[in-house]
Design a protein. Structure first.
Length: 201
């Protein structure tokens, strides 16, 4: 059995964080009061570049992401768990500075904190990957599943180009609750029907 180095940080006014080495996390971070500070391509580019630079500095691996107007989700794998807080400090400090400079506002606090969940198995991994990829639909950035290919602030395009739409559709449906799966297959919700699900994992 592999042993993990564990660090737990608990503050009275912040969510608790568990820092593990070589561990896959699903992470969410939201702006204060849900303010839409990243509501255009230029600002989303700032945030995307900050995430890429933090990834480079910490040597983390990122296998899924989505950026929206007031929050983002990541699936990442740590190298050294203690660097998780450094990763988000870099992302939040620098994206806040860049957005405030663009908006000509000094000292405005953009982010509050982040929440992480440990991914423990393959099914759990794909459920969270599907969740973040469908986030633009959930929050009204786009209307339909077939428009995900046009939403550039997501790792969906990477997976689409590498694995194809049939494989992604199969994985998405495999992770659905039984009731919702029945609705998808019978009504064509998300643009899928039973006859369109052809690939195997």
């Amino acid at each position: 059995m592999r042993k993990h180095a564990v660090n737990i940080m608990i503050y009275t006014n912040r969510p608790p964080h568990i820092y593990l080495n070589n561990t896959i996390y699903f992470v969410t971070s939201r702006t204060i009061d849900g303010q839409k500070h990243f509501n255009n391509d230029e600002k989303k580019t700032f945030l995307s570049n900050c995430i890429k630079e933090a990834k480079k500095r910490t040597k983390f691996l990122i296998s899924g992401y989505v950026i929206l107007d007031n929050h983002y989700h990541l699936i990442l794998k740590t190298c050294k768990g203690k660097n998780l807080s450094k990763f988000f400090y870099y992302v939040h400090a620098n994206s806040s500075r860049l957005v405030n400079e663009l908006d000509k506002i000094k000292g405005r606090k953009i982010w509050w904190n982040y929440w992480e969940k440990i991914i423990r198995d393959k099914v759990n991994y794909y459920r969270h990957l599907n969740y973040l990829h469908n986030n633009p639909i959930k929050h009204g950035q786009i209307k339909h599943f077939d428009q995900l290919k046009d939403y550039k602030w997501s790792s969906w395009i990477y997976y689409l180009e590498r694995y194809g739409i049939d494989y992604l559709t199969f994985l998405r449906m495999r992770c659905l609750p039984v009731v919702e799966l029945h609705e998808v297959l019978t009504t064509g919700k998300y643009g899928w029907r039973l006859a369109e699900v052809r690939s195997k994992p």
